[in-house]
Each structure stands twice: as structure tokens, then as C-alpha cells.
Design a protein. Structure first.
Length: 253
């Protein structure tokens, strides 16, 4: 244990030891905030831990959003703010290494852990092979650890990408143009209900029709709009929608 501690405070491992320690403190406060633990039986201490955890989490999220605007690829193109943000999404170094697929706090924590382990192993091997390390060798090990550790960390965090993938739900307007089946006895401008199929799932939706008495249970209707005031979908009988082009053609002739 003492040998591990001694190796952890030697250059260049001490750099990653400090970084790893900061990451451990951060995750400790996040854990305390998530569990809402009352430290020493005091509510104020628990609230302080939770508040600090929330603050650190919020700061990390802000940092993650900020780093998205940094394009680490082409320096000239990155000078333009909007173009730089687009470039980062498309091909920045952080993205190309796969580190942007998870929150930046996780990426940095994995980088620190990987580089700390790699530095320990490299220094141990170099010490046993060379003996007294020359002044330039630790610096060379530091450079090699960073060059190898960061891409390797990207490979480790990539499998976690689906966990943090943001899935956007459908909006009300996404169902406009779909056909629904009326399930109530009638539909008017203030009452009605129908079902619509969405990828094998049957959804029950409120519907309204400005033409009273034309739709009943079992009828097919076409969703033409969503009324935010009535909080319902506006529908029309499918027969009327199919007849509309024919009527227009007859009027034109």
C-alpha cells in the first residue's frame, strides 16, 4: 500500500492522482445529492451536500454545452462562433475520439483513471528496466500516457452512448395526415374520441369535427390539424377528402 501511495505522488503520476482525486470528490457530492443523505443527522448538512452536488452537476452540464461550441479541428474555421459550433458537431477531435457521446464529467473521469493506471504501470516498468530515471524520461512517459490514454478512454466510453442518447418524443403535429378510427357515437366541435396507430401502438386521442353528424363509431377520419385551444385533433371524414379533388376537377371543367 505504501509503495502504491509513493508511486502515486511521483511525477508524472501525481498529475493524474490530483485529477482523479478531484473527480472522486465530485462524484461523492453527486452521490450525496442524489441520495439526499442527512450528514451527522443534520438536515442542513444534507441540504448543503445536495446543493453542492446539484451545483457541480449544473456546472458540468454547462461545461458540456460549452465544449460543444469549441471546434478542435480547424483553427481558422473555429474563429466563427456559429461555424465553430457546427464544426464541433461534425468533426471535432473530442467528437471524433468518441468522448462527446457521454457527459463531459464521465469522459474526464475515465481519462483520469486510464491515464493514472497507465502512468503507474509505465513508471513501474521504466524504473525496473532502467533504474534511476533520467530527467527527460518522466516527461516522455507523460506525453505517451496522454497520447495513448485519451483515445483509449474514448473507446471505453463509447458503449455508454445509448444510455445518454436524447430521444425526442413526437409532437402533436406529427400525427397530422394520419388516418384515425372514431370510437365515440358521434363527433362534433366539442366532443369526440378516436384511435390512431403509431408503429404498432394504438393511441387514444381526442378529436373534433366542425361538421356535426358526419362521423360516428367505426368511421375513418383524416387528421388535418391540431387545435391547441381545444386541445384536440381536427379531423375530416376520409370520404370528403377523397371526393374533394373530383369536385374541384368538375368545377374547373
Amino acid at each position: 500500500m505504501s509503495q502504491l501511495l509513493e508511486a502515486s505522488v511521483r511525477f508524472p503520476t501525481v498529475i493524474f492522482s490530483i485529477g482523479l482525486g478531484i473527480c472522486l470528490v465530485y462524484w461523492l457530492f453527486v452521490l450525496l445529492g442524489a441520495l439526499d443523505i442527512d450528514l451527522l443527522g443534520g438536515g442542513d448538512a444534507g441540504d448543503a451536500g445536495k446543493g453542492l452536488g446539484d451545483a457541480l452537476t449544473g456546472g458540468a452540464k454547462g461545461g458540456a454545452e460549452g465544449i460543444k461550441g469549441i471546434h478542435l479541428g480547424d483553427g481558422a474555421d473555429g474563429a466563427d462562433g456559429a461555424d465553430g459550433a457546427d464544426g464541433a458537431d461534425g468533426g471535432g477531435i473530442w467528437h471524433s475520439l468518441g468522448l462527446a457521446t457521454v457527459p463531459i464529467t464521465i469522459s474526464i473521469s475515465v481519462i483520469m483513471l486510464v491515464c493514472w493506471c497507465a502512468s503507474l504501470l509505465a513508471m513501474s516498468y521504466a524504473t525496473s528496466a532502467v533504474g534511476n530515471l533520467a530527467g527527460w524520461l518522466p516527461a516522455l512517459i507523460l506525453l505517451a500516457v496522454v497520447i495513448v490514454g485519451i483515445p483509449f478512454s474514448g473507446l471505453l466510453v463509447r458503449p455508454l452512448a445509448p444510455v445518454f442518447e436524447i430521444k425526442e418524443g413526437k409532437s402533436n403535429l406529427d400525427y397530422v395526415g394520419h388516418t384515425c378510427t372514431i370510437t365515440t357515437g358521434h363527433v362534433d366541435d366539442s366532443f369526440g374520441q378516436a384511435t390512431v396507430e403509431d408503429g404498432g401502438t394504438i393511441l387514444v386521442i381526442p378529436v373534433r369535427c366542425d361538421k356535426a353528424g358526419v362521423l360516428g363509431r367505426g368511421h375513418k377520419a383524416l387528421i388535418i390539424d391540431h387545435d391547441d385551444v381545444r386541445k384536440a385533433y381536427v379531423v375530416e371524414p376520409t370520404a370528403d377528402m377523397l371526393m374533394a379533388p373530383t369536385g374541384s376537377a368538375d368545377e374547373a371543367s
